[in-house]
Design a protein around this ligand. Structure first.
Ligand code: PLP
Length: 386
């Protein structure tokens, strides 16, 4: 058999997807495991959204859609970005994709030439550097530090800019740190993008999951440079529906849609009609989002209190549903720590592929009972009373 491409040989499969699959597999085999691995809400998709999908099916809305999405949803997206994010965009500056992931993937394909540098703030979501490399680009890391709440220093970002820098990726609220950047920090990053003529990639998929502070879309300050990425997965518990969206300069959005037209054609049509309901039935969606946010807030507090009682160190996350746990008390490195925790019956994601060395990522998108059990097992792994 002929070999595989160099490009695909260099590709690292998603660590979070792999660890979660392993945890589910162990559970299927009957292993008693608390999984804190999943990057997805444990709630079911709200009923009004499911009903809209059933309606679309009954009406035979089951055919191909245009590559950029159905016009009704693009109109609703322009309205959403204006209303919730202060971004003045027209429907043809919006795009519907197969999850936020495809929006980012297409974007890097659309803007990068070989050797172009993209600044990513570490710890980062595992897919950014891989997607950048897959598009021929070079990810350049700027570290954020636990002692600074994992919030970036715009001056450090400025120092990383070279003549080859093409884009800067910002993700607030952040996966895996849970950090929510202030308006001032986001404004400073937007200013850098404008001053150095960089694309500002703002991944806002956790925008509705903020417990302290407020969401701010930096694209407001860099309308000609920003591509804002979002999706239905985390806000509306729609991970399996695979609907993401983006907005930005018309030429970039058109190029991203062109990439879709030669790969996926369009996102699932039924799921697009369901997402339209999620975005336009604001009363029902707001009630769902508020319910979920309050549940995550309680879980976060429960988890943080339990970790503190055990003397474990974790930076308090202000958003998303993750916390990075310092693994020094468990093992010399995060991979060994994750193994030790797995033996104690808790599945977590080692921070390695997030560039969160010495940490594991815990997801608290799971019930309070599970979190209680996980804390007992942390205690067991440490050999202390829970
Ligand atoms: N961006 C971040 C930071 C994420 O954590 C995820 C999913 O885990 C995504 C984007 C992509 O989400 P989806 O493709 O499910 O919309």
């Amino acid at each position: 058999m002929r070999g595989l491409s160099q490009r695909v040989k260099a590709l690292k499969p998603s660590a979070t997807v792999a660890v979660n699959a392993r945890a589910l597999e162990l559970r299927r085999k009957g292993v008693d495991l608390v999984a804190l691995t999943a990057g997805e809400p444990d709630f079911d998709t709200p009923e009004h959204v499911k009903e809209a999908a059933r309606r679309a099916l009954a009406q035979g809305k089951t055919k191909y859609a245009p590559p950029a999405g159905i016009p009704e949803l693009r109109e609703a997206l322009a309205e959403k970005f204006r209303r919730e994010n202060g971004l003045a965009v027209s429907p043809d500056q919006t795009l519907v994709t197969v999850g936020g992931k495809q929006a980012l993937f297409n974007l890097f394909q659309a803007i990068l030439d070989p050797g172009d540098e993209v600044i990513v703030l570490a710890p980062y979501w595992v897919s950014y550097p891989e997607m950048v490399r897959f598009a021929g680009g070079v990810p350049v890391e700027v570290r954020t530090l636990p002692e600074e709440g994992f919030v970036p220093d715009p001056e450090a970002v400025r120092r990383a800019i070279t003549p080859r820098t093409k884009a800067l990726v910002v993700n607030s609220p952040n996966n895996p740190t849970g950090a929510v950047y202030s308006r001032e920090v986001l404004a400073a990053l937007a200013e850098l993008a404008v001053a150095h003529d960089l694309y500002l990639v703002s991944d806002e998929i956790y925008e509705h999951l903020i417990y302290e502070g407020e969401h701010f879309s930096p694209g407001q300050l860099a309308p000609e440079h920003a591509i804002t990425v979002n999706g239905a997965a985390k806000a509306f518990a729609m991970t399996g529906w695979r609907i993401g969206y983006a907005c930005g300069p018309k030429a970039v959005i058109k190029a991203m849609a062109d990439v879709s037209s030669q790969s996926t054609t369009s996102p699932d049509t039924i799921a697009q009609w369901a997402t339209l309901e999620a975005l336009t039935n604001q009363e029902a969606s707001r009630a769902f989002v508020e319910m979920a946010r309050e549940a995550y807030r309680r879980r976060r507090d429960l988890l943080l209190e339990g970790l503190a009682r055990l003397g474990l160190k974790a930076v308090r996350p202000s958003g998303a549903f993750y916390v990075l746990l310092d693994t020094a008390p468990f093992a010399p490195d995060e991979v060994k720590a994750a193994e030790r925790l797995l033996e104690a019956g808790v599945a977590v994601v080692p921070g390695t592929d997030f560039a969160a060395f010495g940490h594991v990522r815990l997801s608290y998108a799971t019930g309070e009972e599970n979190l209680g059990k996980a804390l007992e097992r942390f205690a067991r792994a440490l050999g202390v009373p829970s």
